[in-house]
Structure formats: structure tokens, C-alpha cells
Design a protein around this ligand. Structure first.
Ligand code: 1HE
Length: 274
């Protein structure tokens, strides 16, 4: 893959306004798109329309967007699956439903721009699965995490069995599902579920700051981090080294990389700070 081809897939965007359901609200601040779960009266429970809206949004983020900030309106990030839509589903419909979530969250994880999720209040069930698809997670101290599927007689369906063990380990996920255990924001931070922990009400500002920093990176670096890193981490070491060599060669050959290196060497580029 040439640098031009990679750049084209990074920057290809949709210039037409995206049609979102009322349960989602999008705005843009510079290169950062803010996607808000906007169903606070239902604690941002994720119904089919919302999941389809998430798929639509992440399939074609607005033009010029270099990072997406995902936040929840109201007192909670998300109460997970909208349980009211679950009662009448048969097996085939259940498979289709889970596949829809997989497709939508795949668009988040392997989409066009990195995603920073800001977590507060309940981050439970499918809400936690949604958060797990993001690239950087910021928790406010009010956040708590649970997988109440066990007590509802159901199972995770939004990719949780794949993503969560990679974040917190199979044993913790088993514990959460079998015993209904809830983890606090501090525990989530200690176990690596989140990488930033801030005071209540400070998550948005922190998330936006991080998103702006991410959006200022070279697009090819962000592409490599999103698309190559997780795949390299899952591959056997020999394939991983080979893929890493290719990706690093592609990235460093890009004019953007050359310009940034020149900036540093000519004393214009930023230094690493504590
Ligand atoms: C909902 C949902 C929901 C709230 N589906 N309607 N998720 C759960 O098992 C979590 C269920 N929810 C809760 O435990 C609590 O609602 C919360 C701890 C998140 C918040 O409590 P609270 O006191 O702030 O709110 P509330 O009074 O419980 O709920 C307010 C309204 O939201 C109420 O509706 P209303 O019409 O009576 O006002 C609730 O019914 C509604 N609501 N959560 C539908 N989840 C891909 S598979 C994923 C599998 C899962 O995600 S399973 C986990 C599901």
C-alpha cells in the first residue's frame, strides 16, 4: 500500500450532513467531532436506532475530523442495551441484533478517526461494550462499571467478549458477569479500563484536550496506531515485526513526517515535556 493510498483512506470523508436519530447529537469543534448519546431520560439506553446512528456516524465522520469525542448526556454514560426492545426477539433476530452492534462498533474501532470516550455514572452492559470500542477512555470519578447481563438472563452481544478480556482480563469479566460485581472509577483506572481519571464534571474538558491533541497528529500515524497496532499486537511476533517494519517505513516516508522531523531539527518542533 503506498502512502498516497493510505492517506486517501484516512482523509476520505463525507461532506453531506449526517442524518442521526434524536438519541444522538453531533457537533464539531475544529478537527474534533463530538458525538453525544442524547437520551438521558432513558439513561442513554442503546436502542436499534441509536446503534444504527452510531454506525452511520462512524462510517463517514464529518469532513476534516481528526478525532471523535464520545460523551453521554445526563447523569450516566449509558445504561446499555435498551431492554424494552429485547422482549420479543427470537434466536435469528438475536443474532442479527448482535451482528448489528458488532458492525457499528467495528466502525468505531477501525474507523477513520481515533475516538476518545468520556465515561461518567453508569457505564454498564452494552454501554461498557461501547466504551471498550473507543481508543482512549477518560473516567470521571462518578463512573462505575458492571455487566448486569447475568442477572437479566442474557449475554453480552456488542463485542464485549472480545474487547473486554483484552482490557481487563477474562477473570475480571467472568467475575463481573457471574456475580454482578460493580467496579468503581478508581478500580477501572487501576485495572487499565481507563487511562485518565478526573473529577466529576471535568471529563469533557479533559477529553476535548486529548482529542485536539490526537487530531493534530499526522493522519498516517493515527491510521497506523488504529489499524496496525491492534492487529500487530494480536499476531505472532515474526509477522508483527514484519508488519511493524512496513508500517514504520510507510509512515516515515510521508511528506508530513519529513516536515515534522525537519521542524524539530530546525528548532521549530515541540520538545517532549514532563
Ligand atoms: C432503561 C434502561 C435500559 C434505564 N433499557 N430502559 N442494562 C441494565 O441492565 C441497566 C438497567 N438500568 C439501570 O440499572 C438503571 O436505570 C441505571 C443504574 C442505569 C440508572 O438508574 P436511575 O435510577 O438513574 O434511572 P432509572 O429510574 O432506573 O431509569 C430511568 C428510565 O430509564 C426508566 O424509564 P421510565 O420510563 O420508567 O422513566 C428506565 O426504565 C429507563 N432505563 N435503563 C431500557 N437499559 C448488545 S447486548 C448488551 C446487553 C446489555 O447491555 S444488558 C445490560 C442492560
Amino acid at each position: 500500500m503506498t502512502a498516497e493510498l493510505v492517506r486517501a483512506s484516512v482523509t476520505q470523508t463525507n461532506s453531506t450532513p449526517i442524518d442521526l436519530p434524536p438519541s444522538l447529537a453531533a457537533e464539531q469543534q475544529g478537527k474534533v467531532a463530538i458525538l453525544r448519546l442524547n437520551r438521558p431520560h432513558k439513561r442513554n439506553a442503546l436502542d436499534d436506532k441509536t446503534i444504527l446512528g452510531i454506525e452511520t456516524f462512524f462510517s463517514a465522520p464529518p469532513e476534516g475530523v481528526g478525532c471523535v469525542l464520545l460523551v453521554g448526556e445526563g447523569e450516566h454514560f449509558s445504561a446499555g442495551l435498551d431492554l424494552s426492545e429485547l422482549k420479543e426477539r427470537d434466536v435469528a433476530q438475536g443474532i442479527a441484533h448482535s451482528s448489528l452492534w458488532h458492525r457499528a462498533f467495528e466502525k468505531i474501532q477501525f474507523g477513520k478517526a481515533p475516538v476518545v470516550a468520556v465515561l461518567h455514572g453508569a457505564v454498564v452492559g452494552g454501554g461498557l461494550e461501547l466504551a471498550a470500542a473507543a481508543h482512549v477512555r477518560v473516567a470521571e470519578r462518578s463512573a462505575y462499571y458492571a455487566l448486569p447481563e447475568g442477572s437479566r438472563g442474557i449475554y453480552v452481544g456488542g463485542g464485549g467478549s472480545v474487547r473486554l478480556p483484552r482490557l481487563i482480563g477474562v477473570a475480571r469479566m467472568m467475575d463481573m458477569m457471574l456475580t454482578g460485581r460493580t467496579y468503581s472509577a478508581e478500580e477501572g483506572q487501576a485495572m487499565g479500563l481507563t487511562t485518565y481519571l478526573v473529577e466529576p464534571g471535568k471529563g469533557f474538558a479533559k477529553g476535548l484536550e486529548l482529542a485536539q491533541r490526537i487530531a493534530a497528529n499526522a493522519p498516517l500515524t493515527n491510521f497506523a496506531v488504529m489499524q496496525a497496532l491492534p492487529r500487530i499486537a494480536e499476531s505472532d511476533p515474526a509477522s508483527g515485526y514484519a508488519m511493524e517494519a512496513l508500517i514504520s517505513a510507510i509512515a516515515q516516508a510521508d511528506p508530513e513526517a519529513k516536515a515534522r522531523l525537519r521542524d524539530f531539527l530546525e528548532k521549530r518542533g515541540p520538545k517532549v515535556t514532563r
